[in-house]
Design a protein around this ligand. Structure first.
Ligand SMILES: *Cc1c(COP(=O)(O)O)cnc(C)c1O
Length: 437
């Protein structure tokens, strides 16, 4: 989001009382920004292919029903990887033909439900294919079914998010001894296996490597179709994984850049013979969300200023545990929500949790923060506040969508209400205090 739009939203959030003593953390989602981003994704692929393309948002990036409904309104479906994510997509009204089920650990019950609903399923491995064999024999299904392969093209800068390494847990490792032949055989044995899936993400993986993974899947699809003497594979699911720029407001790389790269690198993929599925998550939401938190205290420690805020590991889990991989930009505002100016000083921005590493930013140059100020953690629309971590029984913050009217007034709507103390007690065994007595 632009810094102007952001500043206006922060100011309005403070003025409209979204941040209080009881609710010292609030998350904001820029509705117009999400819509613009969804349109950019659609346009990027429409510019390179006439084939049907289903863009399925990776629900884990922002598992919030109103977000899924907003994206559905923009023509974007849902990629789900658990019964919970499927339930969210259905609650958002996403139609079965726009839902794709992935996950390396689907149970027989999950597979049965997916096949009964007619949602697309990507099998992870041969054992799962065998389960699907039995299920489709007993009850014919309209679900398009694919197999996930790991092209083993290598990892990116963040090991934990690299899905296409030699030993990744995902999919069939295509370069392993005998794997390619057995995948081709698996397709020839199953005329209903009509899709092929790969996801060479995520954050930290360069575009060229992503394209190499897609190219490997395309080459395999061509090989299978030649062996089958027909176009058995009619759709390639190329996954998500477009990296996000956390260093500035620029949206780079863009969906258009990636689509153009695919056109150069894998032209056959886009010549109309194959339908496409994409599964972008972070790149659709990250830059359209932010976390606001009140500064409760300021102090100095070892001579370094420290601002103790209410946002820490519970909403920025990856940043706190792996700050080198997940640095977040922090903006400083005063108690009225106006941007703080003034000579920057090097300071720590700490969270509320009881361990020393709970820092949103360490040794960061920011205008001097004061008690009662507000900090904003930027680019947190994906995988941050929506993926809350329950440490210290800290509540899930409220999430508020906002739109700006032509006269610059900002309107908020509740996407997710803040978690209540009663809910925290209830989910922590509060109904059975005597269970261990
Ligand atoms: C997580 C995931 C995605 C989305 O990745 P992003 O980096 O958020 O775009 C897509 N597909 C699969 C199978 C995933 O596991």
């Amino acid at each position: 989001m632009s810094s102007e739009r952001r500043d206006r939203a922060v100011r309005a959030a403070v003025e409209q009382g979204l941040l209080t003593e009881e609710q010292p953390v609030a998350a904001l989602l820029d509705v117009a920004g999400i819509r613009t981003c969804a349109a950019a994704l659609r346009d990027a692929f429409a510019a390179v292919t006439d084939a049907p393309v289903l863009h399925a948002f990776a629900v884990k990036a922002a598992p919030l029903v109103p977000v899924l409904a907003l994206l559905d309104d923009e023509g974007i479906g849902a990629e789900v990887a658990s019964p919970g994510e499927l339930a969210l997509a259905r609650a958002a009204g996403v139609r079965p033909e726009r839902i794709v089920l992935d996950s390396p650990a689907k149970t027989p019950g999950e597979l049965r439900e997916a096949l009964a609903l007619g949602i697309a399923v990507n099998a992870d491995n041969p054992q799962e294919l065998a389960r699907i064999d039995a299920l489709v024999r007993s009850a014919p299904s309209t679900s398009p079914v694919g197999l996930r392969i790991n092209p083993q093209v290598g990892g990116g800068a963040i090991e934990a998010l690299s899905t296409a390494t030699a030993t990744s847990k995902f999919g069939v490792a295509l370069r392993d001894e005998g794997a390619r032949e057995s995948v081709v055989r698996a397709y020839l044995d199953r005329p209903w296996l009509t899709r092929l899936h790969t996801h060479t993400g995520s954050q930290g993986v360069p575009l060229a490597l992503m394209a190499e993974g897609v190219a490997a899947a395309y080459d395999l699809a061509e090989e299978i179709n030649r062996a089958a003497c027909r176009q058995q594979i009619d759709t390639l699911d190329i996954g998500g994984g477009l990296p996000v720029n956390f260093a500035s407001d620029d949206q780079t790389p863009s969906f258009a850049e990636y689509a153009q790269l695919l056109r150069e690198r894998v032209p056959g993929l886009l010549d109309g013979r194959y339908g496409l599925v994409t599964e972008f998550g972070r790149s659709l939401l990250a830059k359209h969300g932010l976390i606001l938190a009140r500064v409760e205290y300021t102090k100095t420690s070892g001579g370094r200023p420290v601002a103790v805020t209410h946002a820490g590991v519970q909403v920025a889990t990856r940043t706190v545990y792996d700050p080198a991989s997940w640095p977040l930009r922090i903006e400083a505002y005063d108690a009225k929500g106006r941007p703080r100016t003034g000579e920057s000083v090097v300071q720590d921005v700490a969270g509320p949790a009881c361990f020393a590493g709970d820092l949103l930013a360490e040794a960061r140059a920011l205008p001097p923060l004061e008690q009662g100020d507000v900090i904003a953690a930027l680019d947190t629309g994906a995988y941050y506040f929506s993926n809350h971590y329950g440490y210290n029984s800290l509540p899930r913050p409220g999430v508020h969508g906002y739109t700006t009217a032509p006269d610059d007034t900002v309107r908020f709507s509740v996407v997710r209400a803040p978690q209540t103390m009663a809910e925290i007690v209830a989910e922590s065994g509060g109904a059975q205090p005597d269970a261990l007595l």
